[in-house]
Write a protein that binds this ligand. Structure first.
Ligand code: PMM
Length: 266
């Protein structure tokens, strides 16, 4: 399909993620769920072993690796494209050795000073998200003069650091970090201005799925999938490279409607 953003299916192998915590806790249930997401049309499975929901405490890094390793190993063996959602260099190294295609670092290299070096030595694509600190402090950091201008300038600083570390521009993606140190108004403003992020010239990934700012459209996280699918289409209109969603089938269906609208012209 012409210019369809890639669809990353979320696979949180955690007991405490805000919308699907505890559901795919055992390797076999996680692998089964991932197969279902691929059947629904996911291009990539984004595997995370540590919750980043607001207020979450950090876990032991050995525990994170124990959670993700069997799942990544099985998915890569099945030929599924895997993204590993981690802020830790050692976990990233493990994922790279197991054959993941993307390291998705919500801290953009700020959480672990060894991360960028590990990425630079590999062929993996690095997704750097806008971040202002750990989950237990991020709500207090939601202060901006102009959220789009501030997020863009803070991302530019990360992009410079990423280049200085020796990571090729062709291996870098960026992400506005919806919900991370951002109020609902901040998230909507960033979505309204997505084209400015796209204009930086790097592929952009958007992760709006089921987040708290969608609560007006559904009280429970699982009630927010229609709003998420609409955001996927509007993000595609803004030119993003990928969306990260829990309900892959709904987003893929919505993107098919968009494709029928435009044909191959867009
Ligand atoms: N959001 C979450 C986790 N990882 N990664 C990227 N690149 N962008 C995001 O917006 C993002 C992420 C939190 O959501 P979850 O708890 O549903 O995984």
């Amino acid at each position: 399909m012409a210019n369809r953003p890639l669809v990353f299916g979320v696979l949180n192998v955690t007991p405490d993620s805000f919308s699907d915590g505890g559901l795919w806790n055992s390797p076999s249930s996680a692998i089964e769920h991932a197969r279902g997401l691929v059947a629904d049309g996911a291009d990539v499975i984004d595997v995370g072993g540590e919750s980043t929901r607001p207020g979450a405490a950090r876990i032991d890094d050995g525990e994170e690796r124990r959670r993700v390793e069997p799942v990544i190993r099985a998915l890569v063996e099945e030929g599924i494209s895997v993204s590993l959602d981690t802020m830790r260099a050692d976990t990233a190294r493990l994922g790279i050795d197991l054959g993941v295609a993307y390291i998705n670092d919500v801290s953009g290299g700020l959480s672990d000073s060894a991360m960028l070096g590990v990425i630079a030595e590999s062929e993996v694509t690095y997704i750097a998200m806008h971040w202002r600190g750990e989950s237990d402090t991020m709500d207090a950091n939601a202060n901006y003069r102009d959220v789009t201008r501030d997020v863009l300038s803070e991302l530019r600083v990360r992009i410079d650091a990423i280049h200085i570390a020796g990571i090729a521009p062709s291996k870098l993606w960026i992400d506005p970090g919806l919900g991370f140190a951002k109020t609902a108004d901040h998230n909507w403003q960033l979505l309204r201005d997505l084209n400015q992020l796209v204009a930086l010239g790097y592929p952009v990934l958007v992760g709006a799925s089921r987040k708290r700012f969608l609560a007006p459209f559904g009280e429970l996280p699982t009630d927010r999938d229609q709003a998420t699918a609409i955001i996927s289409v509007l993000s595609a209109e803004a030119g993003v490279a990928a969306v990260r969603v829990h309900d892959v089938a709904r987003t893929v269906g919505a993107l098919q409607v968009r494709h029928s609208w435009w044909g191959d012209s867009r």
